[in-house]
Every structure is written in structure tokens, then in C-alpha cells.
Design a protein around this ligand. Sequence first.
Ligand SMILES: [Zn+2]
Length: 170
Amino acid sequence: MLTQTLSALAFATSGQNLRGSIEVSALHRLHDQLHLHDQSHDHVGSVAYSITGSCIDGKPNLNVSVAGTLSLRCERCLEPFAYTIAISSNLAPVQDALPDLMDEDDDVESIPAEENIDVIAFIEEEILLSLPISPRHETNICSAVAGAAVEREQRLAGLGQLSALIKKSK
Ligand SMILES: [Zn+2]
């Protein structure tokens, strides 16, 4: 895959647009969190991205959207689950950004106005930031939770039988 770079400030001020797709297997920093069945990584698919530059009221902005589905590993049962990525972030390239001036607006995150942003690393960073801290199935479909629920039912059923026996013996 060819390395594509963009200049954050110029991209925004000239209203450029870039879209494409990235193979998930190329996003190496994501691999720890993915459920990979084998080493081939062929099946993990790709994510579609779009970066749109704009300049509104003299404020440069990059809208980054990413869509796709990742197979994450449920931290509870360690089985895969499909996680849908739907990112739409507004990033403001700021020159000589001072830390205390960053993030003054919750809807727009400031990023350094770098010249050569690696597009793939940039998209990967956005995906990493969007992932859940504790990736898990919904409790009603997680096999670990289902297993625990069955155990609890069995225990309750056992208690029921026990109290029935106690009643009988009285
Ligand atoms: Zn699970």
C-alpha cells in the first residue's frame, strides 16, 4: 500500500477531499484488540475513510469520517464480536498550538498543523480513539454471561429441589 501524506493546514484551507479504503490488516496498532483467527489476516476486511478540508470563518477544519466493521475480541468471553465503526470527527489544525488552548471547544479537537501527516496512521489513530475501553458483547448475547446465567439457574433449581425435599420431609 502506498504511503499517502497530507498537509493538515493546506488541505483544510484549500478545501480538499480525500477518500479511500484501508485494509484492516495494515492497521498494525489495532491488531492487539482484534480477534484474529489465523495469521493470514485475509478475512478482516477494510474500512472506508473520508477526509474533507474546509475553512469556515477563517478556521481551518478537517472532517474525518471512518466506517467499517471490526472483529474485536470480547474481553469477557474472548470470542469475536462485530464492532461497527462510525466516526465523524472535526479536527482543527492549529499552528503552534499551546496545550491550554487545545480542546476549548468540545466538538472540535485541535491537532498540530503538521506538514506530512501519514494518512493511514492518522485514520488508525482516530479508530483507536473511538474503540471502547472494554470491548464486550451485549450481556444478552455474550456466551460468558449466558454461561453464568445458566449456572445461576441451575443453582436456583437445585435450591428449589432442596426446599421441596425439606417441605416433603416435614
Ligand atoms: Zn462475550
